[in-house]
Ligand binder design. Structure first.
Ligand code: 26Q
Length: 835
């Protein structure tokens, strides 16, 4: 049923004209009470924090809505160029504290809550994380849209509204157990459902061709099983600038035909069951799991995102410009967050040709001038490929279009390299050999005007390796956009004490121009400033300790004078949590041998989720927990060493972790981590990095200088040239420390009653084919850790290094990243919105 509309003659403006809501404490306090008592219907008998959180969020959300409409109208009035960020993941985390900061109502809310006798921090912590992403790529999308709003750029985020986000992780007997994350259980006050903008999405069926009245051959995609995509919008406020952009997430629902068909056939229950098939599409976020590759439901999700978002943009275009698409490419662009939404290339072709009557060349020109592709991985096994057969069945019209794109593309390759059959096979969008597969990255490259990596080294390696054939063909398409993180969430909101000290020292400008942090360097010799810096860091460590105690539900009596050594990220072999564990075992072994002269107490914190089907990653979690169990219960060890596996690592946990870290572990095998973004959050909060020359670490080191970065390990080139003669067993045999570690592991010191459970891990490290060459970097890692200890023992030196790290983190603001995307790729004009 279409939504019914007001009569044309009705004066709608009278109901939309509202007085501006006040941003002061009285206004907020009044609205809080009204929401709590009237809207939510609670009284003094309700002691649930949740409703306090909801009442406050509703009050804050109203204030965003006003600005949201103004922004929408400002974009409409200026008819500006707009960009869409298409992403299967937006790892938003919590919204309330960020909304307060960006609206500029922190103090007013704090006072209002104080007047009501409520603990603001408790209310903020009552919000569930919106965990609609796996890790780096999803969080990057969230940081990006924050920066777009802060830079006043007309950018809409398009994604999926998963009913279940990233699973929550609990640890049982040292092992990861996944629990579903029903984050919407208690409702979501931040979203608005917009039924009026729902879109129809086709699946299945077949194509038919006919000649239209003008004599042109036209294709119809018929007998499809359709679903609706219904948008839910979330406001994305810029930093105190009046702009509020939109994150539009699609939910799949059944079409009315489902009901009708069932009703007509008298098969009501069947029809309702069919509804599930449609609604399942956006039920759950897929973990980035090698085993999940090729799953039908995932392809349905990808297509729903691409089709709904493009139809949305095209409907808006047609509403304004009718059937004239001549300026469409000047006014729109689509940034593809990895290949996950790259079916958009073929879908835009389909919509322009089949629905809007353009000819191939017109549609192709629009497509390849509007699409831009960002790659986030160097691991060849992680590149998406979909079965041609699956494609033909699920999306027959799209498969035809991809074949046509490929035929035209390969003709171009043949012109450039006549007779080069190998190259044609290598570059084809279709992988032949076994089962035919569509290479989604190649579709994205061929259909885009830009291909970028996410750190300098990564972009260079893409050009020289993974995408070299394409780089030779179109060098001008390739570019780099080094990642960043938003300093609003990752410094101002999560570390208010440090933010206040920074503002007191250099003024407030840094929040929107992070390069200004450089001014902190002028104060490294100011004793009072350094003392205060250290005090703030100690305070953050205290808070982190309290958080760990709460999360683990045991008090490990952590000593805040110890070095807090932190590695939090997804668990993956290439990230080498194992190298970290080897070092911890080495320290334990030294303690047991009494080799503790000049000892530095250390608390090693590791956190992260393993993909549910990634067995080795799950074993690594088990190993960390077992080693922790032995170390933390050994009386000889005491304060000298603690090992903690922090369960359920997530955005809101990182907000407590990064302010309290001394040392940030960024120890991936060189050439494997595309960028990393946790590295940037730690640096911004004054942690020092121990790291390899991988991803953005290279640029972090460049910014802080080699004296303020603990470098170790083989370079990417050294790793590659080691491959054919790597002999880890020989390295172990020549290194007493490594031998003792391996003896402890092989002697089952950490798994006395669980024989054999770590054999696969030990075998992998000792294999000459270990792709991650963990053993090769061990000695260099231990040496770097010794340099860390020496530095940490000199409190003044460490504090200086910490200040220098923060002071040089300016480059890693997503404001810089997004400015580059905009200046070089999107070319949008900022639109100011009256405040
Ligand atoms: C693929 C197929 C089926 C199901 C899931 C997936 C899938 C989902 C998510 C594959 C990959 C991802 C996420 C990848 C990711 O987070 N990559 C990270 O991106 C960051 C932002 O650019 C970088 O900093 C990291 O280096 C990179 O690992």
């Amino acid at each position: 049923m279409p939504l019914r509309r007001f009569k044309k003659s009705q004066p709608i403006a009278t109901i939309t004209a509202l007085p501006a809501l006040s941003l002061d404490k009285k206004g907020i306090e009044g609205d809080f009470k009204r929401y709590y008592g009237h809207r939510l219907g609670r009284d003094e008998n309700c002691r649930s924090l949740h409703y306090g959180y909801e009442a406050l969020s509703l009050a804050v959300s109203d204030r965003l809505t006003e600005r949201w409409k103004k922004t929408y109208n400002a974009y409409k009035d200026t008819d500006c160029k707009r960009a869409c960020y298409l992403s299967m993941e937006f790892l938003m985390g919590r919204t309330l504290s960020n909304a307060m900061l960006n609206l500029g109502v922190n103090d007013a809310v704090a006072q209002a809550m104080y007047n009501l006798g409520l603990d603001l921090e408790e209310l903020i912590d009552a919000e569930p994380d919106a965990g609609l992403g796996n890790g780096g790529l999803g969080r990057l999308a969230a940081c990006f849209i924050d920066s777009c709003a802060t830079l006043q750029l007309p950018v809409t985020g398009y994604g999926l509204r998963y009913e279940y986000g990233m699973f929550s992780q609990i640890v049982v007997d040292g092992e990861q157990v996944e629990e579903p994350d029903h984050w919407l259980r208690n409702g979501n006050v931040w979203e608005i459902e917009r039924l009026e903008y729902k879109q129809r999405i086709k699946f299945g069926g077949h194509t038919e061709s006919h000649i239209d009245e003008k004599g042109n051959r036209r294709i119809c995609w018929v007998d499809t099983h359709d679903v609706f995509a219904v948008p839910f919008d979330t406001p994305i406020p810029g930093y105190q600038n009046g702009t509020v952009n939109t994150l539009r997430l699609w939910k799949a629902t059944a079409t009315d035909e489902f009901d009708l068909q069932g009703f007509n056939a008298g098969d009501y229950a069947e029809a309702v069951a069919e509804k599930n098939t449609a609604e399942n599409i956006t039920m759950v976020l897929y973990p980035n799991d090698a085993n999940e590759n090729g799953k039908t439901l995932r392809l349905r999700q990808q297509y729903l995102l691409a089709s709904a978002s493009l139809q949305d943009v095209l409907a808006c275009w047609v509403g304004r410009h009718g059937k004239d698409f001549s300026k469409f490419a000047e006014k729109n662009c689509f940034q593809l967050n990895d290949t996950h939404p790259s079916i958009a290339v073929a879908e835009l072709m389909r919509l322009l040709i089949d629905n809007h009557g353009l000819v191939w060349d017109e549609a192709w020109s629009i497509t390849k001038n509007t699409m831009a592709y960002t790659n986030h991985t160097l691991l060849p096994e992680a590149l998406e490929r979909w079965s041609v057969n699956l494609f033909k069945q699920m999306l027959p019209r799209l498969m035809e279009i991809i074949f046509e794109i490929n035929a035209r593309f390969l003709a171009e390759v043949s012109t450039r390299w006549p007779g080069d059959k190998d190259r044609i096979a290598r570059m084809s969008l279709i992988e032949e050999g076994g089962e035919q597969l569509v290479r989604m990255a190649y579709l994205a490259i061929v259909g885009s005007y830009s291909v970028n990596g996410v750190a300098e080294l990564h972009s260079k390696l893409l050009q020289q390796g993974l995408f070299n054939d394409f780089y030779q063909l179109w060098p001008e398409k390739f570019n780099n956009k080094t990642n960043g993180v938003t300093p609003r969430r990752w410094l101002a909101a999560c570390n208010p004490e440090l933010a206040e000290l920074i503002t007191k020292t250099i003024g407030v400008g840094w929040l929107t121009d992070l390069s200004l942090l450089k001014k902190l360097e002028l104060h490294v010799d100011d004793k009072a400033f350094c003392e205060r810096w250290l005090e703030v860091q100690q305070g953050a460590k205290q808070k982190l300790t309290a958080f760990i105690t709460k999360e683990l539900d045991v008090d490990l009596n952590l000593n805040v004078d110890a070095l807090f050594d932190v590695q939090v990220k997804r668990i993956h072999e290439y990230k080498r949590q194992l190298l970290n564990v080897l070092h911890v075992i080495h320290l334990y072994d030294r303690i047991k041998r009494g080799d503790t002269a000049n000892w530095t107490n250390r608390c090693v914190i590791i956190g992260g989720k393993a993909a549910p089907g990634y067995h080795m990653a799950k074993k690594i979690i088990k190993l960390i927990n077992n080693v922790a169990n032995v170390i933390n219960h050994d009386a000889d060890v005491g304060d000298k060493l603690k090992l903690i596996f922090l369960p359920n690592y997530r955005v809101s946990a990182m907000e407590k972790i990064c302010p309290g870290a001394d040392l940030s572990e960024q120890i991936s095998t060189a050439g494997k981590e595309a960028s990393g973004t946790g590295n940037m959050k730690f640096m911004m909060n004054g942690a020092l990095t121990i790291g390899t020359l991988d991803g953005a670490n290279v640029e972090i080191r460049e910014e802080v200088g080699d004296d303020n970065f603990f470098l170790f390990g083989l370079t990417e080139e050294q790793v590659e040239s080691l491959r054919n003669h790597y002999d880890p067993v020989a390295i172990i045999n020549q290194d007493d420390d490594l031998q003792r570690i391996m003896n402890l592991l092989q002697g089952e010191h950490f798994n006395q009653f669980e024989p054999g459970i770590f054999d696969a891990i030990i075998g992998a490290m000792k294999s000459p084919h270990d792709p991650w060459v963990t053993i090769a970097d061990f000695r260099s890692f231990v040496d770097a850790q010794k340099r860390v200890e020496a530095a940490y023992q000199d409190k003044d030196r460490w504090t200086k290094m910490s200040i220098i790290n923060c002071a040089n983190s300016g480059k890693f603001s997503t404001d810089r990243t997004i400015s580059e995307y905009n200046n070089e790729l999107w070319k949008l004009t900022p639109v100011s919105v009256a405040k």
